[in-house]
Design a protein around this ligand. Sequence first.
Ligand code: C5P
Length: 290
Amino acid sequence: MREIHEKAYAKLNLSLDVVGKRSDGYHDMRMVMQTVSLCDELRLVLRHDGKINVTSDVHFLPCDERNIAYKTAKAFFKRIDRTDLGVGISIKKHIPVCAGMGGGSSDGAAVLRSLNTLLGKPLTAAELEELGMTLGSDIPFCICGGTSLAEGRGEILTGLTPLSDCHIVICKPRFSVSTPDLFKRLDSCDLRYHPDTPGLISALDSQDLSGVSRRMFNVFEDVLPPNMNKISEIKSLLLDKGALGAVMTGTGSAVFGIFDNKSRAYGAKAELQKHYRDVYIAVPKKKIGI
Ligand code: C5P
């Protein structure tokens, strides 16, 4: 096989807690992560000249060594000691950029899965996750996805009961939030509230969608810069339109709401589209087999 088409699914944080600061400058996290159907589309063609070439339909994304797909491909060939190989990667972006939805991490994870398949699976899923960790904290989760508790920097993964069927309305306002800045803001204050992670996990276990939605919480919402009140406006609109719960994902700026009723979800989408360009409907995705 020389060519492969692969989907890179977005992730959402059903909960996000920061539980400590580490000596390496990173933070210890406790997050319930969920893969959703919104995805980028990748096409990879193996080359035998040691060259890596990335193209994308989004003009502002760098396609050189700064691109995560480029970096993961380079790291993969080095890891398997095949720097004689190269790859052409074209990316059709659908996941909004700088949204807290793991768009870049998911592309990186899709490159690792695809190259591993193209080359006859030289690495196990655990080895791919270990390699992914050296390239970005969310990549290990994005390798197999599904519903998981992610701890440590994001690499200690425990599979959870999959989220029940639902419709998820996602809205990405035009501004974005800098991830390192938000971590700095968090370091300079005492967090007042934390998510009830065990309660959320129990609600997943009992397939209690309202229980899950009620417990969705992201500590970063408490340390957002003051000019970001659009986040709470979007949450209020989602709740007014019938969401069982609404929360910001990752370090934002995308916000999502969970609906148990399809027509209410489409109603909320239509309402949000009056004010925002980037509004999506997605459904939960199960774990990807490697
Ligand atoms: O690993 P990644 O490149 O995704 O992280 C981006 C930035 O987010 C890091 O440079 C760091 O400032 C912050 N971060 C953190 N603790 C984590 C994950 C990310 O402080 N567990």
